[in-house]
Design a protein. Sequence first.
Lengths: 150, 228
Amino acid sequence: MDRRIKPIKNLDAVDGTIYGRHNKVHMVNPYKSYFIVHYNDGTIQKGNNLFDTGWHKVRQGIKTLQYKLSTGHLITIPKTKGYLPTIEVSESMEGFKLFHAIHVNCIAYDKIIKYKIILKEDNISKYKIGDIIISEPGKSIESPQWKMSA
Amino acid sequence: MSEPILTFLYNHSANDVAYGGTGEASGGWQKIQLTTNSGSLSDRKIYTGGGIHQALPTPTAAYGSREATIRPSIGTYPVPQIYIESLSDNIMYHVPLASGQPNSNRFVFGVYVDGLITSDLYLEMWDDMTFSTCDLPTLSGSSNYPYSVFNAIRTTDSAPPDAWGTSTVSGTTVSGVVNLAGYDNRLRLKGSDTIQNECLYYSMYAAIPWDLEFTHDQPVETYRYLYI
């Protein structure tokens, strides 16, 4: 399938670069970034990539949820009652895709906590690839794709 | 789960009717062709007209043709025509319902979402593919008109109000017009956080303020969303 990320230069196993008028952006390689789920029985399930995440195949009873980025970052999400990750992407009318972040929504007692994993960095933003921004979104996403902890 | 497939559409007919397809050309609606890794180039949205000849031919014009436009001596001037320039077909397709803006036509541009989006779909404009700055004159405006020249309004639920003025929603007077520029000035195409296998609509035009610096800008139009 055509994934339409042509304007990215030097997209390799680590990352790629996008050149703008006066800014330069590095983005993780979306083909080489994925989740890793650990279960209580010792089995491990690896996701596909950021296009076809494979989250629907994750079973209930998660022990640990991690994200492996193409840049080598291995990010472990703190244990909570349940998880629902979403991918934030921008798509241009020219067909280019830029991956901004992974939003991992978590059920923490009586509220939703969101761990936002940054997937790009540039000369302007203070955030770097692999940074995590923690917030309380104030509302929950209704979805059958919530996966609960063991 | 996997990414949704977005199809960008425009109404090439003068019939103000909804899109009836599921991601392909249908009725008067045509697809905007995207750049592919196989090398084909994307279509472009062209704002033109108002000069000596007033307008380009319709319903199509020769590839690469441009009519001059006007920087007014006072106020703002809505650029009267929008075309989709197809590099693959080597021709420009007129979007008739986008002429004479701001008008009350509803089904002008559309985005068909094949799959599931877990947020709204946000229409944004940026300087370039880094999606990080809005410094181009057409996005930052002028000293007396510090707004983007690109006016957009959501028409998914209803047609725009007369002259894109205010309307009343649940007893509150609102204006749905957004001057597109970056993250802070973007247009929500649905108004809710779940979109699945449906078409969303909007209308837009460019209005040149009297003191905009002379420029030849090519900002990029982008769509931001979340998926599982």
